[in-house]
Design a protein around this ligand. Structure first.
Ligand code: FNR
Length: 349
């Protein structure tokens, strides 16, 4: 049940496969005879300096993977000098994660129907030292994840959604469906719209990233709404099936954002070469989801440290073999896409 929850996507899982395959259709145009003896992978995200443009996406209920769950992820992330995004539906609270020590952390927000709950949660995240809110905008309802329906997925009874424990919303009832789908149907606000982004801006001074934009139209609205950035995401292919891979949607979003706000990407990033391709198409950084939960399940904190090290080493090697010594050296000309071959802007496939 737990493996299926982590691994699966929505319905036919077409987008799940495509999130990977689309990366494999982008090829390199490496430059040679460039001194790559020193490589600088550092970058700045919302003003925070990090060691590499690879960050941790929010993934729910990490104590199902390992008893230390989000604690382990938080420690591994700060040891690697990068940013962890904590899920609203974490099995450790914002305060508990903050207690692991210093580190740059973002808080992922799901907007509940009860806005008092949201207000309280945002204030707690602020007090616990979280530096930004990643507002997930692709989940007015939960996608149809058939593995979870078959398994009657439910949070194991020894765990709670820790951020909601005191609010009587920390448990998930068993149902005839996915327990998470029923929880979402009961609690999450389907009316969420751009005016609520304004509302969120009015209750917090933290920068807001909208997570789940995959079109130029919404990218323009995001810029207009004054958010601090966009995360191009299809929720790891767990929401609407048959949306394009995020790497295929990235360039149109970057073009629409016109450099006015940074654009990040998640979905299917598994190799250092994937990170390079995303940056060449205009992303300011990437987030990884499943690699972290699988690493946690394998080896806890050591596993997450290891996955971050592997990604970092591969990305460094990609830079060297492409003739780049820093992120600023990466250009659109270092790669070519199927669209380049076909002479079409922003091909979706
Ligand atoms: C997620 N994702 C997610 N997103 C979010 O905004 N809030 C959440 O609580 C979760 N929970 C979650 C659980 C699990 C098990 C997965 C796999 C994903 C989506 C996540 O933040 C991210 O968008 C994707 O995981 C990125 O794709 P990859 O790296 O998993 O391919």
């Amino acid at each position: 049940m737990i493996y299926d929850y982590y691994a699966s996507g929505a319905e036919d899982e077409w987008t799940l496969k495509e999130n990977r395959e689309a990366f494999s259709r982008i090829l390199f145009r490496p430059r040679v005879l460039i001194d790559v003896s020193k490589i600088d992978m550092t970058t700045t995200v919302l003003g925070f300096k990090i060691s590499m443009p690879i960050m941790i996406a929010p993934s729910a209920m990490q104590k199902m993977a390992h008893p230390e769950g989000e604690y382990a992820t938080a420690r591994a992330s700060s040891a690697a000098g990068t940013i962890m995004t904590l899920s609203s539906w974490a099995t450790s609270s914002v305060e508990e994660v903050a207690s692991t020590g210093p580190g740059i952390r973002f808080f992922q927000l799901y907007v509940y129907k009860d806005r008092n709950v949201v207000g309280q949660l945002v204030r707690r995240a602020e007090r616990a030292g979280f530096k930004a809110i990643a507002l997930t905008v692709d989940t007015p309802r939960l996608g149809r994840r058939e593995a979870d329906i078959k398994n009657r997925f439910v949070l194991p009874p020894y765990l709670t959604l820790k951020n909601f424990e005191g609010l009587n919303l920390g448990k998930m009832d068993k149902s005839n469906d996915s327990g998470l789908a029923s929880y979402v149907a009961g609690q999450i606000d389907r009316t969420l719209s751009w005016k609520d982004v304004k509302w969120l801006q009015s209750i917090t001074s933290l920068p807001i990233l909208v997570k789940g934009v995959i079109t130029a139209e919404d990218a323009r609205l995001a810029v207009h709404s004054g958010v601090a950035g966009i995360i191009v995401s299809n929720h790891g292919a767990r929401q609407l099936d048959y949306v394009p891979a995020t790497i295929s949607a990235l360039e149109e979003v970057v073009t629409a954002a016109q450099g006015r706000i940074p654009v990040y990407l998640d979905g299917g990033v598994r190799r250092g070469t994937d990170v390079f391709k995303a940056l060449a198409l205009g992303a300011a950084g990437v987030f990884i989801g499943r690699p972290v939960v699988f690493a946690l399940a394998a080896e806890g904190e050591a596993g997450v440290r290891n996955v971050l090290r592997m990604m970092r080493d591969e990305f460094e090697l990609t830079l060297a073999l492409s003739g780049c010594t820093s992120l600023a050296d990466i250009t659109r000309s270092h790669i070519f896409t199927e669209g380049d071959r076909l002479g079409r802007p922003f091909p979706r496939l």
